[in-house]
Design a protein. Structure first.
Length: 291
Protein backbone atom coordinates (compact mmCIF):
# COMPACT_ATOMS: atom_id res chain seq x y z
CA UNK A 1 0.00 0.00 0.00
CA UNK A 2 1.24 3.56 -0.62
CA UNK A 3 1.81 5.69 2.45
CA UNK A 4 1.24 9.44 2.62
CA UNK A 5 4.01 11.72 3.83
CA UNK A 6 2.74 13.97 6.63
CA UNK A 7 4.22 17.44 7.01
CA UNK A 8 4.53 19.83 9.93
CA UNK A 9 3.07 23.35 9.73
CA UNK A 10 6.48 24.63 8.61
CA UNK A 11 6.31 22.06 5.74
CA UNK A 12 9.15 19.94 7.07
CA UNK A 13 8.53 16.19 7.05
CA UNK A 14 6.76 14.74 10.06
CA UNK A 15 8.49 11.43 10.73
CA UNK A 16 6.38 10.65 13.78
CA UNK A 17 3.08 10.81 11.90
CA UNK A 18 4.64 9.08 8.88
CA UNK A 19 5.55 6.11 11.04
CA UNK A 20 2.19 6.10 12.84
CA UNK A 21 0.19 6.05 9.60
CA UNK A 22 2.47 3.44 8.04
CA UNK A 23 2.06 1.14 11.02
CA UNK A 24 -1.71 1.69 10.95
CA UNK A 25 -1.80 0.47 7.34
CA UNK A 26 0.11 -2.66 8.30
CA UNK A 27 -2.21 -3.17 11.26
CA UNK A 28 -5.11 -2.95 8.79
CA UNK A 29 -3.71 -6.02 7.06
CA UNK A 30 -1.62 -4.55 4.25
CA UNK A 31 0.94 -7.04 2.95
CA UNK A 32 3.49 -4.28 2.63
CA UNK A 33 4.09 -0.61 1.98
CA UNK A 34 5.24 1.36 -1.05
CA UNK A 35 6.38 4.70 0.39
CA UNK A 36 7.79 7.54 -1.72
CA UNK A 37 5.58 7.12 -4.74
CA UNK A 38 3.10 9.61 -6.12
CA UNK A 39 0.76 9.42 -3.12
CA UNK A 40 3.73 10.14 -0.83
CA UNK A 41 4.49 13.39 -2.70
CA UNK A 42 7.89 11.84 -3.33
CA UNK A 43 8.90 14.30 -6.00
CA UNK A 44 8.33 17.10 -3.51
CA UNK A 45 10.84 15.45 -1.15
CA UNK A 46 14.61 15.77 -1.25
CA UNK A 47 16.86 12.73 -1.51
CA UNK A 48 17.98 13.34 2.06
CA UNK A 49 14.43 13.49 3.35
CA UNK A 50 13.53 10.21 1.68
CA UNK A 51 16.62 8.48 3.08
CA UNK A 52 15.94 9.74 6.61
CA UNK A 53 12.28 8.72 6.48
CA UNK A 54 13.10 5.23 5.26
CA UNK A 55 15.66 4.86 8.03
CA UNK A 56 13.15 6.12 10.60
CA UNK A 57 10.49 3.68 9.39
CA UNK A 58 12.77 0.65 9.54
CA UNK A 59 14.37 1.74 12.79
CA UNK A 60 10.87 2.02 14.31
CA UNK A 61 10.43 -1.72 13.85
CA UNK A 62 8.76 -1.99 10.44
CA UNK A 63 10.31 -4.97 8.65
CA UNK A 64 12.40 -3.85 5.69
CA UNK A 65 11.27 -6.83 3.63
CA UNK A 66 7.73 -5.43 3.69
CA UNK A 67 8.81 -2.23 1.93
CA UNK A 68 9.07 -1.27 -1.74
CA UNK A 69 10.19 2.38 -1.57
CA UNK A 70 10.13 4.64 -4.59
CA UNK A 71 13.61 5.48 -5.84
CA UNK A 72 13.15 6.84 -9.36
CA UNK A 73 14.17 10.44 -10.01
CA UNK A 74 14.88 12.68 -12.99
CA UNK A 75 18.58 12.82 -12.06
CA UNK A 76 20.51 9.58 -12.34
CA UNK A 77 22.75 10.20 -9.28
CA UNK A 78 19.64 10.71 -7.14
CA UNK A 79 18.11 7.43 -8.32
CA UNK A 80 21.39 5.66 -7.62
CA UNK A 81 21.69 7.14 -4.13
CA UNK A 82 18.12 6.24 -3.15
CA UNK A 83 18.32 2.76 -4.63
CA UNK A 84 21.70 1.97 -3.08
CA UNK A 85 20.47 3.11 0.33
CA UNK A 86 17.20 1.16 0.09
CA UNK A 87 19.00 -2.04 -0.87
CA UNK A 88 21.50 -1.56 1.95
CA UNK A 89 18.57 -1.52 4.38
CA UNK A 90 17.26 -4.86 3.07
CA UNK A 91 14.02 -3.75 1.40
CA UNK A 92 11.93 -6.19 -0.64
CA UNK A 93 12.51 -4.14 -3.78
CA UNK A 94 12.40 -0.63 -5.18
CA UNK A 95 9.55 1.02 -7.08
CA UNK A 96 11.45 2.87 -9.76
CA UNK A 97 10.27 5.42 -12.30
CA UNK A 98 12.04 5.93 -15.58
CA UNK A 99 13.95 9.25 -15.68
CA UNK A 100 11.06 11.54 -16.47
CA UNK A 101 12.09 15.09 -17.33
CA UNK A 102 13.16 14.59 -20.94
CA UNK A 103 10.39 13.31 -23.19
CA UNK A 104 10.69 11.32 -26.39
CA UNK A 105 14.05 9.82 -25.47
CA UNK A 106 15.11 6.54 -27.12
CA UNK A 107 14.19 3.40 -25.20
CA UNK A 108 17.83 2.40 -25.34
CA UNK A 109 18.55 5.51 -23.27
CA UNK A 110 16.06 4.32 -20.65
CA UNK A 111 17.76 0.91 -20.65
CA UNK A 112 21.10 2.68 -20.15
CA UNK A 113 19.65 4.60 -17.20
CA UNK A 114 18.42 1.47 -15.42
CA UNK A 115 21.69 -0.29 -16.25
CA UNK A 116 23.65 2.54 -14.66
CA UNK A 117 21.57 2.20 -11.48
CA UNK A 118 22.06 -1.57 -11.36
CA UNK A 119 25.80 -1.31 -11.99
CA UNK A 120 26.28 1.46 -9.42
CA UNK A 121 24.34 -0.39 -6.74
CA UNK A 122 26.29 -3.55 -7.45
CA UNK A 123 24.24 -5.69 -5.11
CA UNK A 124 22.58 -8.99 -6.02
CA UNK A 125 19.77 -8.19 -3.57
CA UNK A 126 18.45 -5.43 -5.84
CA UNK A 127 14.94 -6.16 -7.13
CA UNK A 128 13.17 -3.51 -9.20
CA UNK A 129 9.44 -2.95 -9.62
CA UNK A 130 8.94 -0.70 -12.63
CA UNK A 131 6.56 2.24 -12.15
CA UNK A 132 4.38 3.15 -15.12
CA UNK A 133 2.49 6.42 -14.66
CA UNK A 134 2.66 8.10 -18.09
CA UNK A 135 0.12 10.83 -17.31
CA UNK A 136 2.63 12.22 -14.80
CA UNK A 137 5.99 11.28 -16.32
CA UNK A 138 5.34 11.41 -20.05
CA UNK A 139 7.81 8.51 -20.27
CA UNK A 140 5.90 5.24 -20.57
CA UNK A 141 7.15 1.82 -19.55
CA UNK A 142 6.34 -0.07 -22.74
CA UNK A 143 6.29 -3.79 -23.41
CA UNK A 144 9.41 -3.45 -25.55
CA UNK A 145 11.24 -1.60 -22.76
CA UNK A 146 10.30 -4.30 -20.26
CA UNK A 147 11.51 -6.97 -22.67
CA UNK A 148 14.86 -5.24 -23.17
CA UNK A 149 15.39 -4.71 -19.45
CA UNK A 150 14.55 -8.27 -18.50
CA UNK A 151 16.76 -9.68 -21.23
CA UNK A 152 19.72 -7.55 -20.20
CA UNK A 153 19.29 -8.00 -16.45
CA UNK A 154 17.74 -11.41 -15.72
CA UNK A 155 16.22 -11.68 -12.28
CA UNK A 156 16.47 -7.98 -11.39
CA UNK A 157 13.09 -6.78 -12.67
CA UNK A 158 10.41 -8.56 -10.69
CA UNK A 159 7.26 -6.46 -10.95
CA UNK A 160 5.41 -3.42 -12.26
CA UNK A 161 2.89 -0.94 -10.93
CA UNK A 162 0.59 0.29 -13.68
CA UNK A 163 -0.89 3.64 -12.68
CA UNK A 164 -2.03 4.47 -16.19
CA UNK A 165 -5.65 3.66 -15.35
CA UNK A 166 -5.80 1.67 -18.58
CA UNK A 167 -6.81 -1.92 -17.83
CA UNK A 168 -5.93 -3.07 -21.34
CA UNK A 169 -2.35 -1.95 -20.76
CA UNK A 170 -2.18 -3.73 -17.41
CA UNK A 171 -3.64 -6.86 -18.96
CA UNK A 172 -1.10 -6.76 -21.79
CA UNK A 173 1.77 -6.66 -19.28
CA UNK A 174 0.33 -9.59 -17.32
CA UNK A 175 -0.08 -11.63 -20.51
CA UNK A 176 3.34 -10.79 -21.92
CA UNK A 177 5.28 -11.18 -18.65
CA UNK A 178 3.45 -13.58 -16.32
CA UNK A 179 6.63 -13.90 -14.24
CA UNK A 180 6.27 -10.26 -13.10
CA UNK A 181 4.16 -9.21 -10.12
CA UNK A 182 1.91 -6.71 -11.88
CA UNK A 183 -0.17 -4.33 -9.77
CA UNK A 184 -3.01 -2.05 -10.74
CA UNK A 185 -3.25 1.34 -9.05
CA UNK A 186 -6.98 1.03 -8.37
CA UNK A 187 -8.67 -1.43 -6.04
CA UNK A 188 -11.63 -1.39 -8.42
CA UNK A 189 -9.49 -3.48 -10.78
CA UNK A 190 -8.48 -6.13 -8.25
CA UNK A 191 -10.90 -8.83 -9.49
CA UNK A 192 -9.80 -8.44 -13.12
CA UNK A 193 -6.14 -8.12 -12.18
CA UNK A 194 -5.98 -11.23 -10.03
CA UNK A 195 -8.15 -13.27 -12.39
CA UNK A 196 -5.73 -12.47 -15.22
CA UNK A 197 -2.72 -13.52 -13.14
CA UNK A 198 -1.77 -10.15 -11.65
CA UNK A 199 -0.65 -9.46 -8.09
CA UNK A 200 -3.37 -7.08 -6.87
CA UNK A 201 -3.13 -3.34 -6.34
CA UNK A 202 -1.06 -0.55 -4.84
CA UNK A 203 -3.72 2.09 -4.21
CA UNK A 204 -3.63 5.63 -2.81
CA UNK A 205 -7.02 5.20 -1.13
CA UNK A 206 -5.61 2.33 0.94
CA UNK A 207 -4.53 5.07 3.36
CA UNK A 208 -8.21 5.23 4.28
CA UNK A 209 -9.70 1.93 3.11
CA UNK A 210 -6.95 -0.66 3.54
CA UNK A 211 -9.03 -3.11 5.57
CA UNK A 212 -11.72 -3.36 2.94
CA UNK A 213 -9.19 -3.66 0.13
CA UNK A 214 -7.53 -6.52 2.02
CA UNK A 215 -10.97 -8.04 2.61
CA UNK A 216 -11.64 -7.93 -1.13
CA UNK A 217 -8.40 -9.75 -1.88
CA UNK A 218 -9.37 -12.46 0.60
CA UNK A 219 -12.92 -12.69 -0.73
CA UNK A 220 -12.03 -13.23 -4.38
CA UNK A 221 -13.95 -16.19 -5.74
CA UNK A 222 -16.43 -16.24 -2.86
CA UNK A 223 -20.02 -15.09 -2.47
CA UNK A 224 -18.79 -12.01 -0.59
CA UNK A 225 -16.65 -10.72 -3.46
CA UNK A 226 -19.26 -8.67 -5.31
CA UNK A 227 -20.50 -6.80 -2.25
CA UNK A 228 -17.04 -5.90 -1.00
CA UNK A 229 -15.92 -4.94 -4.51
CA UNK A 230 -18.87 -2.58 -4.85
CA UNK A 231 -17.98 -0.91 -1.57
CA UNK A 232 -14.31 -0.36 -2.34
CA UNK A 233 -15.18 0.88 -5.83
CA UNK A 234 -17.57 3.43 -4.36
CA UNK A 235 -14.87 4.77 -2.07
CA UNK A 236 -12.40 4.90 -4.95
CA UNK A 237 -14.82 6.85 -7.14
CA UNK A 238 -15.25 9.49 -4.45
CA UNK A 239 -11.53 10.14 -4.40
CA UNK A 240 -11.25 10.08 -8.18
CA UNK A 241 -13.69 13.00 -8.29
CA UNK A 242 -11.45 15.12 -6.03
CA UNK A 243 -7.86 16.39 -6.08
CA UNK A 244 -6.53 12.95 -5.18
CA UNK A 245 -3.59 13.53 -2.84
CA UNK A 246 -5.10 16.43 -0.85
CA UNK A 247 -8.29 14.37 -0.56
CA UNK A 248 -6.47 11.27 0.67
CA UNK A 249 -4.65 13.37 3.26
CA UNK A 250 -7.90 15.02 4.35
CA UNK A 251 -9.43 11.58 4.83
CA UNK A 252 -6.36 10.40 6.74
CA UNK A 253 -6.74 13.43 9.00
CA UNK A 254 -10.32 12.42 9.67
CA UNK A 255 -9.32 8.80 10.24
CA UNK A 256 -6.65 9.72 12.77
CA UNK A 257 -8.71 12.57 14.27
CA UNK A 258 -5.66 14.73 13.64
CA UNK A 259 -5.89 17.71 11.24
CA UNK A 260 -2.10 17.78 10.83
CA UNK A 261 -2.36 14.82 8.44
CA UNK A 262 -4.14 17.08 5.93
CA UNK A 263 -1.09 19.31 5.41
CA UNK A 264 0.33 19.11 1.87
CA UNK A 265 3.56 20.54 0.50
CA UNK A 266 3.23 23.05 -2.36
CA UNK A 267 2.39 23.02 -5.21
CA UNK A 268 -0.55 21.09 -3.73
CA UNK A 269 -3.07 23.01 -1.67
CA UNK A 270 -5.13 21.70 1.22
CA UNK A 271 -8.54 20.32 0.28
CA UNK A 272 -11.22 22.96 0.68
CA UNK A 273 -14.05 22.62 3.16
CA UNK A 274 -16.58 22.40 0.33
CA UNK A 275 -15.53 18.74 -0.08
CA UNK A 276 -16.02 17.86 3.59
CA UNK A 277 -19.19 15.87 2.94
CA UNK A 278 -17.44 13.70 0.36
CA UNK A 279 -14.55 13.02 2.71
CA UNK A 280 -16.97 12.17 5.48
CA UNK A 281 -18.81 9.79 3.13
CA UNK A 282 -15.60 8.06 2.03
CA UNK A 283 -14.33 7.55 5.56
CA UNK A 284 -17.73 6.38 6.76
CA UNK A 285 -17.83 3.77 4.01
CA UNK A 286 -14.30 2.67 4.87
CA UNK A 287 -15.17 2.38 8.55
CA UNK A 288 -18.46 0.61 7.99
CA UNK A 289 -17.33 -1.85 5.33
CA UNK A 290 -16.13 -5.42 5.59
CA UNK A 291 -13.68 -6.38 8.33
Amino acid sequence: MPAITPFKPDLSVDAERFIANSKALLDDGADGLAPFGTTSEANSLSVGERIKLLDALIDSGVAADRLIPGTGCAALPDSIALTKHAVSRGVLGTLTLSPFYYKGVPEDGLVDSFTAIIDAVGDSRLKIYLYHIPQMTGVPVTLTLIEKLMAKHPGVFVGLKDSSGNWENTHSVIKAFPELDTYSASEALIPQNVAAGGAGCISASANVNARNIVALMRALGTNEEAGIAAGVTEVRKIFEGLPLIPAIKAAAARRHSDPAYAIVRPPFVKLSDEHAAQIERATALATGGAR
